[in-house]
Design a protein around this ligand. Structure first.
Ligand code: NDP
Length: 308
């Protein structure tokens, strides 16, 4: 059984490949086959694509068990200039369209299509509890998610089971947000940003991968799923937990205006925005999280990093 994964060389994709490779034949679509072979070559057959148009790679989609689209420019890699914002948006819309074109052309349609989205869909929402039925918010991230999700829903017309994963902040070793969040604590400068009252909806990398596998393997899963741990925390509580696990105090508070000066719009949407998101639909389907509590998740991740 074949699973085609785009963005397989990324933080989530690498772990997903490692997890799935024992049970599936994996095809990693990458814009740079040489680089990808070095990263996921032991788990997957690497096939080159350009991330935006169909090509010979499209044949891999036919007859696949699932196609998982994780491709997109990293949102937090740099200040959001107009050019960077265009790259962030178009890398996602073009990749999703190319995959759906390939699915449309496939004689033997894949069974499942999984599209990455994010809890940025909900915008910044104070203390409101957000489940999959909550309305979209405003802002650049909400706009990207809304547009990508609209493209992904085309799978319905093509008769393919589709799943959109609205993912929270993924916490794991070796990538994503956690190393950046840990850095000030290493220098005894740890603390929350803004008021610290904004909600921080997180998921461990291990649960992120387990949830994607669950959604691939569960034919009853269809539509939008929030991929966040069942117990979101405030930014202040998260920083306290991180400080405790690292043996450092969480004592500073970086005011919002300083972050805005340094990071511009990204500060508002990524660090100062809050969303209290719950994984309602995963819970209804009986998915069991390994990490529910942020303190124990951080302990396991950081201890694993030290010993791994
Ligand atoms: P990464 O940034 O680590 O990896 C994304 C992958 O996408 C890269 O390895 C790259 O693969 C591919 N890519 C990068 N730029 C482009 C482009 N211009 N066109 C096509 N492909 C491109 O992402 P993550 O693994 O962290 O996340 C995967 C998905 O999940 C993303 O869409 C992300 O927005 C979403 N997400 C992630 C969260 C997180 O906390 N990590 C939170 C919420 C959502 P290659 O170079 O091999 O082509």
């Amino acid at each position: 059984m074949r699973i085609v994964i785009t963005g397989a060389t990324g933080f989530i994709g690498r772990s997903l490949c490692r997890d799935l490779c024992g049970d599936y034949d994996l095809v990693a679509l990458s814009r740079d086959a040489r680089k990808a072979s070095g990263i996921v070559g032991q788990y997957a057959r690497v096939v080159e694509w350009d991330g935006r148009t169909t090509g010979p790679w499209a044949g891999e989609v036919s007859g696949a068990e699932a196609v998982v689209n994780l491709a997109g420019e990293n949102v937090a890699a740099g200040r959001w200039s107009p050019a960077r914002k265009a790259d962030i948006l178009q890398s996602r819309t073009h990749a999703a369209r190319a995959i759906l074109d390939a699915i449309e052309m496939a004689k033997d349609k894949p069974k499942t299509f999984i599209q990455a989205s994010a809890i940025g869909f909900y915008g910044s929402r104070a203390d409101e509890t957000l489940d999959e039925t909550s309305a979209a918010g405003t802002g650049f991230l909400a706009e990207i998610c809304r547009r990508v999700e609209m493209i992904a829903e085309r799978a319905e017309r093509l008769g393919v089971r589709w799943v959109i994963v609205r993912t929270g902040v993924v916490l794991g070793a070796g990538g994503g947000a956690l190393p950046k969040l840990m850095r000030p604590f290493r220098f005894h400068l740890g603390g929350h940003v803004g008021t610290g009252r904004q909600w921080f909806s997180w998921i461990s990398l291990e649960d992120q991968v387990r949830a994607i596998r669950f959604l691939i393997e569960n034919p009853g899963a269809r539509g939008v799923f929030n991929l966040t741990a069942p117990e979101p925390v405030t930014m202040k509580a998260f920083c306290r937990a991180l400080g405790e696990v690292m043996g450092r105090s969480s004592w500073t508070a970086v005011p919002g205006f300083v972050l805005r000066l340094a990071l511009g719009q990204m500060a508002d949407e990524v660090l100062l925005a809050g969303q209290k998101v719950v994984p309602e639909r995963l819970g209804q389907m009986g998915f069991e999280f390994k990490h529910r509590d942020v303190g124990s998740a951080l302990t396991e991740i950081i201890r694993g990093e030290k010993h791994g």
